[in-house]
Design a protein around this ligand. Structure first.
Ligand code: 5RP
Length: 221
């Protein structure tokens, strides 16, 4: 089975968590793209979707899935998204697709976060995947220096402006042994909009796909 076939199975597996008359938060990326195809088959049963990126909005519109503005809904029942890395505590690195800020907002609002990932994303310690940070453009050099001070090696993601008009730094060389602490530290650097560490708000359920099938992991409370 190819990685894309595994991602497709994960996308369709996400559908089992969708309840009628609910608002569904939709992430960004190639795995979620399959979920959107699956969601389109149930579009008449749900109220609609909240999108985490312009890219996902385009696809949701093309599938005729009603789109809502987050400010116009009282709650988001479920958020389905993927990740770049996930650990056993369901903490994640996200933002490989550059949509981390809106993803983090929807994850915070949603009652339940289901992460759909292929097993290559499973790690013991977060940090092999470069940590994306969305930064206000004028703070690029300052945040770069602060990340060097924290032991990271930041790289400017060239040619990318986020949906919010900002830039992204991808930070290598981090072995993230305390994700909540690092998330707070980076959040406190002026100029940082969002760090792609989803540690405080981790996933509630992970569907982990491989050629052997899909494993469902529920967060211990
Ligand atoms: C986008 C993300 C994605 O969830 C992450 O990059 C995984 O993407 P894919 O499903 O294409 O492997 O965080 O900002």
């Amino acid at each position: 089975m190819t990685i894309d076939e595994i991602k497709k199975q994960l996308g369709w597996a996400g559908l089992q968590y969708i309840r009628p008359f609910t608002i569904v938060g939709v992430g960004t990326g190639s795995t979620v793209s399959h979920f959107m195809d699956a969601l389109a088959t149930s579009k008449h049963q749900i109220k609609g979707a909240i999108s985490s990126s312009e890219m996902s909005s385009i696809k949701l519109k093309s599938l005729d899935i009603p789109l809502f503005n987050l400010n116009d809904v009282s709650s988001v029942d479920i958020y389905i998204d993927s990740a770049d890395e996930i650990n056993s505590q369901m903490q994640m690195i996200k933002g490989g697709g550059g949509a981390l800020t809106r993803e983090k907002i929807i994850a915070a609002v949603a009652k339940k976060f289901i992460c759909i990932v292929d097993s290559s994303k499973k790690v013991e310690i977060l940090g092999t995947f470069p940590l994306p940070i969305e930064v206000i453009p004028m703070a690029r050099s300052w945040v770069t220096k602060e990340m060097l001070r924290l032991g990271g090696i930041p790289e400017y993601r060239k040619g990318i402006t986020t949906d919010n008009g900002n830039i992204i730094l991808d930070v290598k060389n981090l072995r993230i042994s305390n994700p909540i602490e690092l998330e707070e530290t980076i959040n406190n650097i002026p100029g940082v909009v969002t760090v792609g560490l989803f540690a405080r708000r981790s996933a509630d359920i992970a569907l982990i796909g491989s050629q052997y099938g899909i494993q469902t992991v529920i967060k211990k409370t």
